[in-house]
Design a protein around this ligand. Sequence first.
Ligand code: SF4
Ligand code: SF4
Length: 452
Amino acid sequence: MDLISSLALYFCLTCAILFLIGLSYSAIVFWIEKENRASFRATLIALFLPIPYFLSWHYAWEIVAIILFIDFILTAIAFCIPLSTPENRTDSFPKTQIDERDIMFSRNELKPGSQRYEEYYSKNPIRKATDDEFRKEAGLLSKKSIFYNSLAYAASNASFYTVDQFKNAIDGPVNPEKEKISPERMFEFLTGWSKKLGALNIGFTKIENYHYYSHKGRGENYGQEIKEHHKYAIVFTVEMTQEMVAAAPQASIVMESGQQYLEAGRIAIQIGQFLRSLGYAAKAHIDGNYEVICPLVARDAGLGEIGRMGLLMTPKEGPRVRLGIITTNFKVPVHKYQQNHNLLDFCNRCKKCADICPSKSISFDGPKQVSGIKRWQINSEACFTYWAKAGTDCGRCMATCPYAHPDNLLHNSIRWGIKHSPLFRRIAVPLDDFFYGRKPKSADMPNWIKEN
Ligand code: SF4
Ligand code: SF4
């Protein structure tokens, strides 16, 4: 009994010290991240939680110490119990292709009275009423929009203008003298080089029919059938800076989107040119010039899973990324898609993005069958109509997602818990709500962006 008692007492002292250090560290991290509510709450817990443990050790309350020790052991066991996770879905792959003319960016470019406009809505009359709604609003980056900021909008326009200048470099002549390079050597080189260029993660997949749009929906080749498919895709992520995203839907979000579309475009153009110079056909897919559906290709390349908000959820930055893609005929070593059950399970429970969405575009329900694939689908018309009012690409869902917190020891530990413990997945959302709030307010934009 003496041995058990002294073990329990030292356990209490250790817990008191660990709680104090861990929670103080959390409070400091929250404070650095300008999350004042979370920092205040972590400070309070850091002050009070260690007290019973410390008192038990100090006054040698053996019975209390043993109870706390047993409680700790039982809790540790509970976190390891393999509670149910979603079943292995067989319907993860779309059966049909999407026509790019149907996506909101293409429909937004249809000018009333133009031939394209008349043709599109005569074939799709059901879409006319909803599309007329967003046309009544001020529009993206418009002076009359809610979050108009002259400098931030001009900076965003500058980024979109620059990425548009890349369009003539997305493809080009292929060197007739082919270099012999092994797939493994290419994998190693591209993994290292892409990170040097600014990518976070890179993945490789075999191209399937459903990855490609059936027809072009933007630019000069509008309506053209996309017949030429490459065999492989190289996909990478670039990070959207937390500070710029946290203030969404204010103007910093659209500045950051423009900047990261530009970064992704630049890297994709460089890798595409690199492959063609080595003798392999390759095409960069960049903002305004995509022939493939980026989140699906990225998912199949092993970079994440498609979550409730319809974006790619990566294991470390969640949806706080943009994607760049190069399709090629170089035979890269490919990833075989496997469902990320933990992430899907967490998304099933969380629903914070659905709660926060100002246009109520995100469903609270479970995934549904859409074109042969079971997934969440947002109401893209309602979402785009809000963008047209706001003037920015909103991103409130992205800013609020518990997976999108910054890449550091504190948040990575939480993501580790979500990945490995079914019980932790169940308590992670209430914990996130406790520290940040269920519907947290937008952060302030950096001072240099704010208008007086
Ligand atoms: S906020 Fe929650 S439900 Fe929405 S995508 Fe992120 S993890 Fe999933
Ligand atoms: S971008 Fe904004 S409007 Fe669109 S789904 Fe996300 S939160 Fe809703």
